[in-house]
Design a protein around this ligand. Sequence first.
Ligand code: SF4
Length: 341
Amino acid sequence: RPVVLEVDGLVRHYVSHRGPLGLRRAGVVRAVDGVGFAVREGETLALVGESGCGKTTVLMEILRLSRPQGGRVCVCGRDTASLGAGDRKALRREVQMVFQDPFAALNPRMRVADVLAEPLTAHGVPRAKSRNRVRELMESVGLEPDLARRYPHGLSGGQRQRVGIARALALEPRLLLLDEPVTALDVPVRAEILALLRRLRDRFGMACLFVTHDLGVVQHLADRVAVMYAGRIVESGPVGSVYGEPAHPYTRALLDAVPPADPRLERRRDRVVLRGEPPDPASLPAGCRFRSRCPRYATLTAFEGALCENDDPLPRPARTEETAAHSVACHFPLVAARGGR
Ligand code: SF4
């Protein structure tokens, strides 16, 4: 399947005058610091991590479709650094976004039918065709036709997110970006929206990149997962492989923090508990960025630990017998099989 999105060495730094405790001091915040991945047609990649790890910044950099500060972004085979204004507009219809808060994303003064027709009109779709397309879109996301005349405030949270998804699909994009698409919804509605997103992806075959802090959501929607920490991807691979045998201590700690699906089940005795806070992105430590919170680092010899202190770990295959499909950026990855989750 063709690659729809290719990101290589993406960098986004900015100057901040405010430290983490509100102290005034200038520093270069390395929000995204050399991130790379690819998403193929019909595939879903989840970017996960704690808030502030840079995952949403990655999404926004892709959505801008302009030259990144560093690295390269290719969408549908086009390098965004080389796009003229006309090319950018044409490519914009191939890249659509579903936002976290469906209410904030919809114009409160527009009826549902107008919200859905707006992108069609902006791209020159004739009025009669656009009316039919709005009907089709509402049907494909499970919205009753009589909702077309409602305003967003007259809809439930789930209905609003369905409108947001329908609007994103209006121009039949090849790449769908989703920013925490179910976080703002009630738990029962989340399952419905996740099932809808899966159905639509399978039906239309677009590539999806979604950002979340919820590891449970990843299992329901993604084929592959990339775990971010302090502006970098520390582990990536097929969801089954990463969840079944996490190789990075951070991934393992994130997974161990998820309560078991059955509350009667006991938690693992050897679970890794994540302590402390991520490092200040304006003054990242030398060597491994996860070192201050890494439970594995504490068990290493001084000789081994020196590697973590001085050398920034680069991604490499997580298991020797596997291909690069599952990669980890750690000098001493976890090797023990933890069994299925
Ligand atoms: Fe921990 Fe060292 Fe691996 Fe970093 S490189 S995650 S400090 S073991």
